[in-house]
Design a protein around this ligand. Structure first.
Ligand code: OGA
Ligand code: MN
Length: 377
């Protein structure tokens, strides 16, 4: 314990490692009483995870399971480790074991519902487990991600008024900025409104520069559609209800994607002149293609730290976008700017393709310090 604390006050990894292995050594001592065994093992796992040693943590938990055969906590912690490692099938099995021991364990119920929603898209079952888990109020259950996905599952299951109640509850508990603004990676005190005018963004000069070049940008984007399998990828976050929605990324998380920029050099050069977009580590620059008949579920971006600008390149009659409770249309050669941390939904009821350039900018209220240090998303 002392070493553990020392590692925090000194922010020293060397001391942290020492404490990790001391905690682990406790598990090997003869005749360790169960409470000490449990506390030491779980703290060891927690510190290993903090250090990024997830496989090691898993091995410790597997050992602990042999002695503490009836511990819900061990199974839950195994599930969390599997989730971090992207092994959702194993995570589900651990949670099922936890629920076998205690069918009312909120942590296990909520996590199980979360996997049913995000991995299996089994909305009805997900709703059941998420609701039950959250309703326990146990530690670890009042989490924005659970409220986010419970609301989304309800929406997709055709229960919008129940979804709204979940979002209102989430706002009350301080998990969401507002009922419509449900991003989970937020900075404080940033101006927030669904649609923005160019002037409000403070980036008018950049926006105008891109608008002035819209036909050049379009002429680079159109040939890409001829061989769609190279570079244009289906949107892969499960946001589409029906139809076809593809994107071609040129910048992501503040980095230029060179293989793609080789095919769109002029567009990428233009973006390179805009540091607020090119180095926006919480955003992307990409072409977005929407075919007729497409409907994108209401959804919310991950962060309030960016503004999203859509430059219309090919815009027929038919497509429209709702952000919060305001619905607008794109125009060729013009920017439509919104804050995608607000719920938005897209329809294309026309008869030919719609193509836009999406440019994310750092939110203008962020300080230089924030722009330099915020984690990439
Ligand atoms: C977005 C989005 C849909 C589209 O940019 O966040 O959902 O029409 N776009 O490209
Ligand atoms: Mn979106």
């Amino acid at each position: 314990m002392t070493l553990d604390r020392l590692s925090e006050t000194h922010r020293s990894n060397a001391i942290l490692e020492q404490s990790i292995y001391l905690y682990r050594d406790v598990l090997d001592l003869p005749d360790v009483p169960e409470p000490l065994y449990t506390v030491s093992g779980l703290r060891c796992v927690d510190r290993m995870r903090f250090r990024g040693y997830h496989n090691k943590a898993l091995r410790v938990l597997q050992r602990m399971k042999l002695r503490l055969t009836n511990s819900v906590e061990i199974h839950n912690q195994m599930a969390v480790t599997y989730l971090i490692l992207g092994q959702s099938k194993n995570a589900k099995e651990s949670l099922l074991e936890a629920m076998k021991i205690n069918p009312k364990n909120g942590f296990a119920l909520a996590h199980y519902g979360f996997i049913l929603k995000t991995e299996d898209h089994s909305y009805k079952d997900a709703i059941k487990y998420l609701r039950e888990g959250i309703s326990t109020g146990e530690p670890g259950t009042i989490d924005g991600r659970f409220f986010f996905h419970l609301g989304d599952a309800l929406t997709r299951d055709g229960k919008p008024s129940e979804a709204l109640q979940v979002y209102e509850d989430g706002v009350q508990r301080g998990l969401f900025l507002s009922v419509y603004q449900r991003s989970l990676y937020n900075e404080k005190s940033l101006a927030a409104r669904p649609f923005w005018s160019p002037e409000q963004t403070t980036y008018s000069h950049y926006l105008k520069m891109l608008e002035d070049n819209w036909e050049i940008i379009k002429s680079e984007a159109l040939p890409l559609l001829q061989d769609e399998d190279q570079g244009f990828f289906n949107e892969n976050e499960g946001l589409k209800k029906k139809g076809t929605w593809k994107q071609f990324e040129m910048f992501a998380r503040g980095e230029r994607i060179d293989v793609n920029c080789m095919r769109t050099p002029k567009t990428c050069r233009l973006i390179e002149n805009i540091p607020e977009a090119a180095y926006c580590r919480r955003g992307q620059v990409k072409f977005s293609l929407l075919l007729p008949g497409t409907h994108v579920w209401p959804h919310t971006g991950p962060t309030n730290c960016r503004l999203r600008a859509h430059l219309g390149l090919v815009v027929p009659e038919g497509p429209r976008i709702r952000v919060a409770n305001d619905t607008r249309k794109w125009e060729e050669g013009k920017f439509l700017i919104f804050d995608d941390s607000f719920e938005h939904e897209v329809w294309h009821d026309g008869s030919s393709l719609r193509l836009v350039l999406i440019v994310d900018f750092w939110h203008p209220d962020l300080t230089m310090q924030q722009k330099l240090t915020l984690s990439a998303i």
